[in-house]
Ligand binder design. Structure first.
Ligand SMILES: NC(=O)c1ccc[n+]([C@@H]2O[C@H](COP(=O)([O-])OP(=O)(O)OC[C@H]3O[C@@H](n4cnc5c(N)ncnc54)[C@H](OP(=O)(O)O)[C@@H]3O)[C@@H](O)[C@H]2O)c1
Length: 254
């Protein structure tokens, strides 16, 4: 059963210039939503804007860096001006710099937290007042099953996604009696520019269009969590259930 009718609703997607975010924007447009797009690269945003417009949907773009509060606030204000009050927001922007255990990088590793964690906080802080005052809508964040354990070679990424998942779990409890729903997304591997550089085998790789359909279905149903694909979810759940010492022994050192 559908909890949110997205037709004519203004939904903002961050990280909409490529990958999952771009596919989400097109999926939302094809379901009749008005779509607000945020990312830093204006040329890429314009390409996605054209794809969303081709679905017949109203669409607007605002360039912003979600790790910067003023930038995020200004973008939300510009999108509200263009498309009306925000009904829902998908905090999807994220980066996945690997962490070298012997050379932790004070800039690159910190940037992962600034984008993946602080970016979600900024995005919700800028959009949530409109959603709360309308007394309906949704907050969604794209975390990762990679946050369910400390993955070798991805210390900052795993930790940032664990933070997002815990942040969302707490928000969902706080809002459980409210008409505003809270959805946390935990994808496995999705084929996007983020994963294109991975040199290891990515099992059960999902295409971004399919990921977008699954995510928007989950949001529309008001689901608390959207986890896919199921074989990866099952495998990671098993790994998560291991005691710390067993994971330490089993995980390859990278
Ligand atoms: N692909 C996967 O296998 C996978 C799996 C699990 C979770 N995820 C999560 O899914 C989300 C989307 O990733 P993706 O795979 O679609 O990667 P992607 O194609 O690289 O997209 C990342 C998006 O985030 C935007 N972005 C990055 N830093 C930003 C910033 N500071 N401010 C605003 N926008 C910013 C990028 O646009 P600009 O560069 O134009 O700003 C881009 O639109 C991420 O949160 C990622 O962690 C991905």
């Amino acid at each position: 059963m559908s909890r949110h009718d997205l037709k004519g609703r203004h939904v903002v997607v961050t990280g909409a210039s490529s990958g999952i975010g771009a596919a989400l924007a097109v999926e939302l447009g094809s379901r009749g939503a008005r779509v607000g797009l945020i990312a830093r690269r204006v040329d890429k945003l314009d390409e996605v804007r054209a794809q969303v417009a081709a679905t017949g949907a109203e669409v607007a773009v605002a360039a912003a860096d979600v790790s910067v509060w003023e930038s995020t606030q200004e973008a939300m204000a510009a999108l509200t001006e263009a498309l009306g009050p925000i009904y829902g927001v998908i905090a999807n922007a994220g980066i996945g710099n690997p962490t070298r255990p012997k050379r932790i990088d004070g800039v690159r590793d910190a940037e992962v937290f600034a984008t993946n964690v602080i970016g979600v906080v900024h995005t919700f802080a800028a959009a949530e007042p409109a959603i709360s005052s309308a007394r309906e809508g949704f907050l969604c964040a794209v975390s990762s099953i990679g946050g369910w354990r400390g993955l070798p070679g991805f210390a900052s990424y795993s930790a940032s996604k664990a933070a997002v998942t815990t942040f969302m779990e707490s928000l969902a409890i706080g809002l459980k009696r409210s008409p505003v729903t809270v959805t946390t997304v935990h994808p496995g591997f999705v084929r996007t520019p983020l994963t294109d550089s991975n040199r290891f085998k990515m099992p059960f790789l999902v295409e971004p269009e399919r990921a977008a359909r699954v995510i928007v279905d989950g949001i529309a149903r008001g689901r608390r969590e959207v986890n896919f694909p199921w074989p990866m979810v099952f495998g990671m759940r098993l790994l998560r259930a291991l005691p710390g010492w067993a994971w330490h022994l089993l995980a390859p050192s990278r």
